[in-house]
Design a protein around this ligand. Structure first.
Ligand code: ZN
Length: 362
């Protein structure tokens, strides 16, 4: 008998100025707070965080800068530091890797974690999952956590000042929720859980289709607007709910291609969601969707500043690199979720078709 376990964050604050509630949220969880994350994330929030904690008379213990790879060693080391310093509440900022490391360390030493994403690259702020890597940067696994964040603070004003490519990455990863769900799910059987996952992932697609271009404009101007708030809800809330409701089993060829990209030194450093965003287009080609559908998806990818050609990921890729990426993608567990077996030649043709169509301006 299969038990489906749903792990939600305890509370979510979203909208412009949400960070102004951070102190009160932390005050309910503990009296000694540490800020952890990537260097850029910490720099962008530290002053506000310290001020918020001060207002609620929560001791601010300073910050701890993470190394940038969410691997078992980093998680254990962070958990040790948290225990040693007597931390009672962790505020985690940065992107997916930093948040995943902090969430996993918090679970390991039983200290509540408040996520405060400074970029919108993935739905990590919400989910009870850690995407773990090996120390050399290669993808390892999607590790389920016993519980989710104690609170999530998604501040559109803060995220409006983040670099555009991170929003694009979030858009690419969130579009995958729908494209991959549609590709791998049996759309004919009705169940509540799969229905919620389906409705949420389709809502992600609809919101992004409608608001992506204006949301990117908001980031370029560094000023939040309604469109940005709407796509942030898609990236964090609705994509996060899709992950929670579908218990992680919602990925297909787009994420498999991402796994392939992490095997290549020239593409490994590129943001997860940008690679998944390109993978989405290849997935549609693998499904033999019409030129019309592919052109519409290409135009949405362009409006979202997602790469539509391998040259836009790295202009230096040779045949051997591309073969390695494809070969690794075929062996990725995500690829096994596809309804039919995918061959090297099919993947090659899919990439070529996407690139051919990318030259057609719509
Ligand atoms: Zn993803």
């Amino acid at each position: 008998m299969f038990t489906h376990r749903l792990v939600f964050p305890a509370s979510v604050l979203r909208g412009r100025g949400a960070i102004n509630h951070l102190g009160a949220v932390c005050g309910r969880l503990g009296q000694r707070a540490l800020l952890v994350g990537g260097a850029r994330g910490i720099a962008s929030v530290e002053e506000k965080v310290a001020d918020q904690l001060d207002q609620q008379m929560v001791s601010y213990l300073g910050h701890d800068t993470l190394g940038g790879t969410c691997c078992e060693e980093e998680i254990k080391q962070l958990a040790d530091r948290l225990k040693r310093q007597g931390v009672e509440v962790v505020i985690a900022t940065g992107g997916g890797r930093a948040l995943d490391t902090a969430k996993a360390a918090g679970v390991l030493c039983n200290i509540p974690v408040v996520t405060l994403p400074s970029i919108a690259g993935t739905c990590s702020a919400i989910t009870p999952l850690a995407f773990r890597y090996h120390q050399n940067g290669q993808f390892r696994d999607m590790f389920p956590l016993a519980y989710g964040p104690a609170a999530v603070v998604i501040d559109a004003d803060l995220l409006a000042t983040s670099p555009l490519h991170w929003l694009s990455a979030g858009l690419g990863d969130t579009l995958a929720k729908w494209y991959e769900y549609r590709a791998i799910s049996d759309m004919n059987t009705l169940s509540g859980l799969s229905g919620v996952a389906r409705i949420n992932s389709e809502l992600c697609f609809t919101l992004i289709k409608h608001y992506a271009a204006d949301a990117c404009q908001a980031i370029r101007q560094g000023q939040a607007n309604l469109a940005l708030e709407q796509v942030l809800d898609a990236i964090f809330l609705y994509a996060g709910l899709t992950s929670i409701m579908s218990n992680g089993a919602h990925t297909g060829a787009a994420h498999a291609l991402y796994d392939g990209f992490t095997a290549c030194d020239k593409t490994r450093h590129v943001a997860h969601g940008l690679l998944v965003g390109f993978g989405n287009l290849c997935l549609l080609a693998l499904e033999n969707r019409s030129d019309e559908e592919l052109l519409a998806a290409l135009s949405l990818a362009r409006a979202s500043a997602i790469p539509v050609h391998l040259n836009e990921i790295n202009s230096d890729l040779n045949h051997a690199d591309i073969n390695l990426i494809i070969e690794r993608s075929l062996r990725a567990p995500d690829m096994a979720n596809m309804p039919t077996e995918i061959t090297q030649q099919q993947m090659q043709e899919a990439i070529q078709r996407v690139q051919r169509l990318s030259y057609i301006k719509t």
